[in-house]
Design a protein around this ligand. Structure first.
Ligand code: ATP
Length: 295
């Protein structure tokens, strides 16, 4: 137990193994079909009681907003609109690249929600937490559970899939941040709203058929993001040339990932890929969205 009752939450990043983008709805969101996968790249949140009378946030690592725009503070404010709790101090160690298609901000928001429930022993239903999560962003409900899930609607209609095991991912993140709005504005909707590949990814996961899964990886936002960030295309080619069974962009990009059967092949592909202008990570699938510890 930490001396001041503090706790830490490991907030895992996600990949979108597939992302099909459909029509724009009346509320401005696109209808999507996606396969979310939690991965072993994470941020760490340390939560404790705040000394003052409002929530406090300290960020180490990559620069993100520290004011009310931070998704952690936004999540706490949305939860407080539903239930009262004492102010919280969060120390965030940021490792997940920002605005990179890996859902780092959404994962931090979900981790703050589950963290404050544990810190203050709040007795809340999943519904209350789910509502606060969706108020913060479309991907946040996924991070409340994590693992391997099919997402529909704007990403919040979740259906668990069997845990993906026995694969490794190599991620390459170009230095350029992509705003999700810019990626969606360039999506080729109408040409690409066929969800067949999402079904193929689901059956590849269910049948533990790596070639089938790898062959179906696709992201409808990728062609539009390539026009903003051409290295998405060259990094994808390099991943395939380095032995990836399949490769695609994650979320709204620009991170590209390749899928490998063996850890050694993933690590040797990663060392060949390291270079200027992008960052390379090796990660494995995780079957939860976060881990809380009081140690
Ligand atoms: P997605 O995959 O869900 O599209 P992303 O990985 O592309 O998300 P994030 O890293 O979550 O994007 O960041 C999106 C924006 O949110 C950035 O512009 C960033 O400044 C802002 N932001 C606010 N709070 C955070 C946070 N705690 N961590 C990361 N970004 C944050």
């Amino acid at each position: 137990m930490q001396p001041d009752g503090a706790l830490t939450v490991e907030a895992y990043a996600k990949l979108n193994l597939g992302l099909a983008v459909g029509r724009e709805r009346d509320d401005g969101y696109h209808e999507i079909a996606t396969i979310f996968q939690s991965i072993s790249l994470s941020d760490t949140l340390r939560l404790s009681a705040a000394s003052g009378d409002s929530d406090e946030l300290v960020v180490r690592g990559a620069p993100v907003p520290t004011g009310a725009d931070n998704l952690i503070l936004r999540a706490l404010a949305r939860l407080r609109a539903q239930t009262a709790f004492a102010p919280v101090r969060t120390e965030l160690t940021k490792r997940i690249p920002v605005a990179a298609g890996l859902g780092g901000g959404s994962s931090d928001a979900a981790a703050a929600l589950v963290g404050v429930v544990a810190l203050h022993g709040l007795s809340l239903g999943q519904e209350t937490l789910g509502k606060a999560a969706l108020d913060v962003g479309s991907d946040v409900p996924f991070f409340l559970s994590g693992g391997t899930m099919r997402g529909g609607g704007r990403g919040e209609l979740l259906e668990p899939l069997p845990a993906l095991t026995g694969v490794w991912f190599v991620l390459a993140t170009p230095a350029r941040a992509i705003r999700a709005g810019d990626a969606y504005a360039r999506a080729r909707i109408g040409l690409t709203d066929d969800e067949g590949f999402i079904r193929l990814i689901c059956s590849g996961i269910r049948e533990r058929d790596l070639p089938a899964l790898a062959g179906a990886l696709r992201n409808d936002l990728e062609p539009g993001v390539v026009s903003l960030c051409p290295s998405v295309s060259s990094l994808k080619q390099q991943l395939l040339a380095s032995g990836a069974a399949g490769a695609a962009m994650s979320g709204s990009g620009p991170t590209v990932f390749g899928i490998f059967e063996k850890e050694e092949s993933a690590k040797s592909a990663a060392s060949r890929l390291r270079g200027r202008g992008h960052t390379v990570y090796v990660a494995e699938p995780i079957d939860v969205g976060y881990r809380i510890s009081t140690q």
